[in-house]
Design a protein around this ligand. Sequence first.
Ligand code: URA
Length: 275
Amino acid sequence: MRRRGKTITRRDKTRTKNELAQPRSPSLHARSKGNALRINQILSLAGLTSRRKADEWIKSGRVAVNGRLVTELGTRAVWGFDSIEVDGAEIPKPSARIYLVLNKPFGYVCSLSDPEGRRLVTDLLKGVTQRVYPVGRLDFDTLGLLLFTNDGECAHRLTHPSYRVPRTYKVTVAGKITDEAISLLKRGVQLEDGPTGLSKTTLISRSEKQSIIRMTITQGKSRQVRRMLEAVGYRAVHLMRTGFGKLSLGDLRVGEYRHLEKEEIESLRKLVGLV
Ligand code: URA
C-alpha cells in the first residue's frame, strides 16, 4: 500500500491486529474522548462511502490513520487533524461549515451564556471545536431537535419567517382538548405580537386528564406553541420538537448530538435557496 511517497512496510503488515488498532501516535488516544469520531462516520461524512462499506474498507486494511493501518472497527480519529488515508490517498478535510443536530434535554438554556449560571445547550457539544450557534431557540423546558451551525447565512434564512421552514412539535396538553380548539390552532391565532400563520395540528390521543397533539408551524415566534395553546384555553405540559425542515430526531438519544449527513445539509440549504 502506498501513501504519498511512503510505503506501508512489512513491519506494519506483520504487526498484530491489536497493534494495528492502536496507532503509535499518542494523539489518537490522548484526544479520543474529545473531538474524535469513529472512522466509518468520518468516511461517510466526507461523502466517500456509507458507514457499512467504510467498515469493510477498514477490515480489509485500506484505511490508515497517521500513517498506520487501522483494522479495528470503532477506532476513532479527529477529522481535519489526524491524517486519514484510504488506499494511500488523504481524504478531504472537513468543510469549514458544520451542521449538528442535538436532542436537547429538559433544563438547558439555548444561549451561549447565562447570567443565572444554568446549563447551556452548548455544554452538550463535547468535542466540537468550531464555534457553532443554535438555529432558533427552544425553551428551557422544551426538549428535542435543535440544530447548530456556523453557517450564518443558512441559520439566518432558516429562522427568517419568509422561508416558512416547518417545525414540528409533539405537545402534551393538560385536559381534554376539543375539536374546536384544534380547528382554531389550525387556522392560526392572534398573539400579542401579531397573528400566527396556519398550523397543521392533529390529535394523537385525548383523555379527561391530558391530550397529545402534533403541531407543525412555519414561524418561530418566541414560545409560539405554548402561547398558541394558551390563546385557545389550554396549557402545554410537555413540549418536544420532533422535526425541523426535513430533519427528524430519528433515534438520537436525549442529550446526544450528531453531525448532519451530506444529503441532509444539501436539503436544508436547498430549502432556503442556498443550493
Ligand atoms: N414553541 C414554544 O412554545 N416553545 C418552544 O420551545 C418552541 C416552540
